[in-house]
Write a protein that binds this ligand. Structure first.
Ligand code: MRU
Length: 349
């Protein structure tokens, strides 16, 4: 029996168990998935969210799909697996880690199935999904160490949304950098933007950092400029959902505004993300699909209705920060600097 446990999910004996991120921080509730369609729903409904966590979930979801069809003939198994991939891929459009993980799993399936039965293939796919999760932790720790070198003892870092252990299999990207800096003995403070409308910063980042006894102060999004003006912020570090070939970066809505504020105040603005978040097929940020979510996310503040249903709403879930606003992209292969088209090409060679 194989199992692996991270903060966002646990895989155990063909069960995928998520901490329900919709309920945090007030309730710690777990949701168990035994089918790939349940995993697809969990991703769509934001039980699990955050680009690398979505990728790992899709990898395990793919295994659950394979298990469901393990008694089929090889030909119909292959056909069914195309369906499984499509259902999982149709959940959320922006985080490229979803498609990266599904393509990796499909490649493994295709190279395995010809010399193995579907039953045997399922076990090999399970090992592959576990490798995706294990690598995610390792990659975050490595990029965390690179990023920690950019922060000085006594610094205060502003972050937006949640790019922590909950947004990955474990450890986190932007919060991985904070964790590594704290581990190296530096005294670091964090300001967390609340991140309207879904409040990932207020509900998730603050919860995670408080659990780790890291000094965190919650601000509403409209306070970021003022705390920078007051000299309270030394660096901004955020995660990413998709990085284009020229370094333009899609991340949670509001990141773009924070990057402009950082530039105006001459504060370094860093992206922390695994190489799997780079999408070389997107030439610039204009090629990145931006998810638009349910308008009630804006009409409501968490569960409290703020305005009548008839109020017109626009709810893009992500924005794109132009590469010219980015001081560095922290990856497991080192910190990439401008010109990003060249530094990105170099690490992908
Ligand atoms: O809509 P979400 O909560 O999935 O969006 C998450 C973000 O935008 C994160 O900042 C990003 O995925 C980086 S996660 C390490």
């Amino acid at each position: 029996m194989s199992r692996i446990k991270g903060m966002s999910m646990e895989w155990s004996d063909f069960n995928l168990i998520f901490i329900d991120q919709r309920k945090l921080p007030l309730e710690e509730v777990y949701v168990q998935c035994t089918t790939y369609t349940q995993v697809a729903t969990a991703i769509k409904d934001m039980i699990v969210r955050g680009a690398p966590a979505i990728g790992a979930s899709a990898a395990f979801g793919y295994v659950l799909g394979a298990k469901e069809f393990e008694k089929k003939t090889k030909d119909s198994f292959i056909l069914k697996m195309a369906e499984v991939k499509n259902v999982l891929a149709a959940t959320r459009p922006t985080a490229v880690n979803l498609f990266w993980a599904l393509e990796r799993m499909e490649r493994k399936m295709k190279t395995t199935i010809f010399e193995n039965t579907p039953y045997e293939t399922v076990r090999i796919l399970e090992d592959e999904a576990i490798a995706v999760a294990q690598e995610d932790i390792k990659v975050n720790q490595t990029l965390g160490e690179y990023g920690a070198q950019l922060i000085k003892d006594g610094d205060t870092v502003l972050t937006h949304c949640n790019a922590g252990a909950l947004a990955t299999f474990d450890y986190g990207t932007a919060l991985g950098v904070i964790r590594a800096a704290v581990k190296s003995g530096k005294k670091i403070k964090v300001y967390a933007d609340e991140t309207r409308p879904y409040l990932q910063g207020a509900r998730l980042t603050v919860w995670e950092l408080m659990k780790d006894n890291i000094d965190v102060t919650l601000i509403s999004d409209n306070m970021a400029g003022w705390v920078m003006h007051k000299g309270l912020i030394n660096a901004v570090i955020v995660g990413a959902d998709r990085i284009a070939a020229n370094g333009d970066t899609a991340n949670k809505i509001g990141t773009y505004s924070v990057s402009i504020l950082a530039k105006y105040h001459s504060i370094p603005f860093y992206i922390a993300a695994p190489v799997s978040t780079i999408d070389i097929k997107s030439e610039t940020g204009d090629d990145i699909p931006i998810e638009e979510r349910d308008h009630n996310e804006v009409r409501y503040c968490h569960k409290l209705k703020m305005v009548p249903d008839s109020v017109k709403v626009f709810n893009p879930s992500f924005d794109v920060t132009p590469h010219i606003n980015i001081s560095g992209i922290i990856t497991e292969k080192g910190v990439l600097r401008a010109p990003y088209d060249l530094s990105i090409k170099k690490i992908l060679l």
